[in-house]
Design a binder for this molecule. Structure first.
Ligand SMILES: C[S@@+](CC[C@H](N)C(=O)[O-])C[C@H]1O[C@@H](n2cnc3c(N)ncnc32)[C@H](O)[C@@H]1O
Length: 233
């Protein structure tokens, strides 16, 4: 999706209130961060929509695996430093006071081993007293198979109908998206299957605790999916 559909990402997620989400993140940072610095890394930053607000308070950098998403993020924020990297393996010289990983991007790493590796890697890039804020994907018991849902974009020169169904097999969920994208020259039909790992609340807590982070869970989070807040002692 992030390769073929990056140019439509912001249009498709027009319903997300990034400003409100960033305000909640800022409140949580004030509450939990113990380090004195203000360097923030947004892992799996996508097109940089949280960064637009977080950069008002922090010296922000972004990291993402997709060159197409990074191209859009760089265009929006030419002064911000962006890195291309995989959340399970990136290595940066800087240490950060806050590392965010939002909108369930963690699910894309698919396996529990890789989820734990991503948490370990983020923790290793924190200053002492720094904070990881992770918005998880849905837990296995809350994930509903066979849901059908839709999103529409209705602009003068762009119409998008996105219909998706949910499936799951074992610890992997599948979101099968069918896009019809209409522009003045053509209508495209694109099918995109996103595989996201399903992990329990306990598995997320263990991933944080096993790398020495003191973890707090905020059940409501940004959009009802919860948030894990891990402080490095
Ligand atoms: C649902 S989007 C979230 C983007 C952004 N955080 C937001 O809230 O709009 C997921 C992002 O994760 C990125 N991604 C997927 N797998 C990744 C990985 N292993 N390492 C880093 N980024 C990854 C994708 O390229 C995409 O930009």
């Amino acid at each position: 999706m992030y390769k073929q559909l990056a140019d439509y990402y912001d249009e498709i997620y027009h319903f997300k209130n990034y400003q409100k989400e960033a305000e909640k993140i800022e409140t949580l940072i004030q509450q939990y961060k113990k380090s004195s610095g203000n360097r923030l890394l947004d892992v799996a930053c996508g097109t940089g929509s949280h960064i637009a607000y977080l950069r008002q308070h922090y010296v922000v950098e972004g990291l993402d695996f997709s060159p197409e998403m990074l191209r859009l993020a760089r265009k929006k924020h030419p002064e911000v430093v962006f890195h291309r990297g995989d959340m399970t393996a990136f290595k940066l010289d800087n240490r950060f006071d806050v590392i965010t990983c939002l909108f369930s991007a963690i699910g894309h790493v698919k396996t529990k081993v890789r989820m734990r590796r991503a948490v370990r890697n983020m923790a290793s890039h924190l200053q002492s007293g720094g904070l990881v804020i992770l918005e998880p994907w849905i837990t296995p018991s809350n994930f509903k198979k066979g849901l059908v849902s839709f999103t529409f974009v209705d602009k003068p020169d762009l119409k998008i109908a996105r219909i998706n169904i949910t499936k799951a097999r074992g610890p992997i969920s599948t979101l099968e998206f069918h896009f019809l994208i209409g522009t003045p020259n053509k209508v495209q039909h694109i099918v995109d299957r996103e595989l996201l790992g399903l992990w329990t609340h306990q598995e997320y807590l263990d991933a944080f605790r096993d790398v020495g982070l003191e973890v707090v869970y905020d059940a409501e989070g940004l959009m009802g999916r919860g948030l894990y807040l891990g402080v490095k002692p």
